[in-house]
Design a protein around this ligand. Structure first.
Ligand SMILES: C[S@@+](CC[C@H](N)C(=O)[O-])C[C@H]1O[C@@H](n2cnc3c(N)ncnc32)[C@H](O)[C@@H]1O
Length: 383
C-alpha cells in the first residue's frame, strides 16, 4: 500500500501560547517547526489522518490549518491560474459555500478584496462552478474557511480544518462571571509545569474551566471527542479512520493519579462548575466546594495551585482587590507551603501583593486583555 503523503499544517493559537503548543505537538509525536514567539501558531507536517488526530487532541490551539499551496504571484492573472491548479475538489463538496479571508503585506497584489475575488474565481475555474461566498461565522460556521496570505509577493493558501474554534469543547454551557477560554486554561496548566500526578487546586474556579481542563489532561481524554470539525465535510473524509482514532483514544482514558479541587465563594459559580464537569465527563475526578479562598483546605502533600483570581477589568471593577491578593498570598504561605502557584492577572502591582517568590512570568491574552501568568514556589511561613 502506498504511504500517505505528508501534508504541511499550521496550528494557530493565541499569541504567547506558542511554546506550550509546540510542547503539546511534541508530546503527541509531531515534529513542530521552529516558531517565532507572538507569531500566533506553530507549523508541523503529518498525514491527513495525523491532522485529524491533531484536531482531536490539541488543547492549546485555536484551529488547525492545512497548507494547500504556496507560490509567487505578482499579477492577478498569475494568482488566478496558480490557485486554479490546486486540488480544490478534494476539499469542497458540490454546493459547499466558502468564506475567503485575505491579508496582504509588502506585495504587488495589495488589495485584499481583489485577491479574495480572484481566489473565488479560480476555485470556480477548477470546479466548473463558483461556490457561494459567505462571511465566516465563528459561532456557527457553515462555510469552508479559506485563508489567503500575500507576503512579499508569496501567496499562501490554507484551509481551516476545525470549523468552530478548538476552544469549543461543548461542555461549557453554564457560565460564571468572566469565564476563561478552555485553550487559555490548558496553556496555563502547561506553563505551570504541573506534573499531572500531584494534587491541583483552583481556589477561584468560577465555572470550573481550569479543574476540568486539568482532569481531562491528566485522564488523557481528547478535548475534541464530542464535537464535529470542518474536515468532516470534505469529500474524501475517512469516517472509518476518524472513528478508529476516537476509539483508540478512549481506550487510553484513565482516572487522574492526583486529586483535583475547585472552589469558589459563589454558590452559582460552583453549581455551574459541577454541571460543566458533568457534561465533560470529568465530574467524578474533581471535588468542587463552595468556599472563600481564606477557608480552603488543601491536602498536605504539595501540588499546584493554578488559578484565575478576579483582576478588576471584567469583574470587580471599582472594588479594591489589594486586600484579596494580600490574603491569597498569606493563605498560600500558611496552607500550601512547598506548592507551586501559577495565577493569571493583568496588573503586576496587584500580582506582587501576594509577596510570593516569583519566577519568570508568561504573557498571554484572555478575551483580548493582555495578562501575565505569574509563577511562584510557595515558601512556608505562618503570618
Ligand atoms: C475571574 S473569575 C474565575 C473564572 C474562571 N476561571 C472561569 O473560567 O469561570 C474569579 C472568581 O473568583 C471568585 N472569587 C472572588 N473573590 C473570592 C474569594 N474571596 N474567595 C473565593 N472566590 C472568590 C469569583 O466568584 C469568580 O468566580
Amino acid at each position: 500500500m502506498a504511504a500517505s503523503p505528508l501534508l504541511e499544517a499550521f496550528a494557530a493559537c493565541l499569541p504567547g501560547v506558542e511554546p506550550f503548543l509546540a510542547q503539546e505537538l511534541e508530546e503527541l509525536g509531531y515534529n513542530p517547526a521552529n516558531y517565532h514567539p507572538g507569531e500566533g501558531g506553530v507549523g508541523f507536517s503529518s498525514t491527513l489522518e495525523g491532522l485529524y488526530r491533531a484536531n482531536l487532541w490539541l488543547r492549546t490551539a485555536n484551529r488547525v490549518l492545512l497548507r494547500l499551496g504556496r507560490f509567487q504571484a505578482i499579477q492577478f492573472a498569475e494568482l488566478r491560474r496558480k490557485t486554479a491548479n490546486l486540488p480544490w475538489e478534494h476539499y469542497l463538496a458540490p454546493g459547499q459555500p466558502v468564506a475567503i479571508r485575505s491579508t496582504c503585506h509588502h506585495s504587488k497584489l495589495y488589495h485584499s478584496g481583489a485577491v479574495s475575488e480572484r481566489v473565488l474565481g479560480a476555485i470556480g475555474d477548477r470546479l466548473e462552478h463558483a461556490p457561494e461566498a459567505l462571511a465566516f461565522d465563528e459561532e456557527q460556521p457553515t462555510a469552508q474557511l479559506v485563508l489567503v496570505r500575500m507576503d512579499n509577493d508569496e501567496c499562501t493558501i490554507s484551509l481551516d480544518m476545525s470549523g468552530e474554534p478548538l476552544h469549543r469543547r461543548d461542555y461549557r454551557l453554564a457560565v460564571a462571571k468572566a469565564p476563561l477560554r478552555e485553550t487559555v486554561a490548558a496553556a496555563m496548566l502547561y506553563a505551570s509545569g504541573w506534573d499531572r500526578r500531584s494534587p491541583l487546586l483552583d481556589p477561584f474556579c468560577g465555572s470550573g474551566v481550569i479543574p476540568i481542563e486539568a482532569a481531562l489532561l491528566a485522564a488523557r481524554v481528547p478535548p475534541g471527542l464530542q464535537r464535529s470539525f470542518a474536515f468532516m465535510n470534505w469529500p474524501g473524509f475517512h469516517a472509518y479512520s476518524w472513528e478508529n482514532l476516537k476509539s483508540k483514544a478512549t481506550k487510553k482514558v484513565h482516572a487522574p493519579e492526583g486529586a483535583i479541587f475547585g472552589s469558589d465563594r459563589d454558590a452559582g459559580a460552583v453549581q455551574a462548575a459541577i454541571e460543566n464537569a458533568e457534561r465533560a465527563g470529568a465530574a467524578q475526578w474533581i471535588q468542587f466546594t463552595q468556599a472563600a479562598v481564606s477557608a480552603i483546605q488543601p491536602p498536605a502533600s504539595p501540588g499546584w495551585v493554578v488559578t484565575n483570581p478576579p483582576y478588576g477589568v471584567r469583574i470587580s471593577v471599582g472594588n479594591d482587590l489589594r486586600g484579596l491578593y494580600t490574603q491569597f498570598g498569606n493563605v498560600l504561605r500558611n496552607m500550601c507551603p512547598g506548592w507551586h502557584a501559577a495565577y493569571l492577572c493583568n496588573d503586576e502591582r496587584l500580582a506582587s501583593l501576594t509577596r510570593l517568590a516569583f519566577e519568570k512570568g508568561v504573557s498571554l491574552s484572555n478575551g483580548g486583555i493582555p495578562v501575565k501568568l505569574t509563577r511562584a514556589l510557595v515558601q512556608s511561613g505562618r503570618d
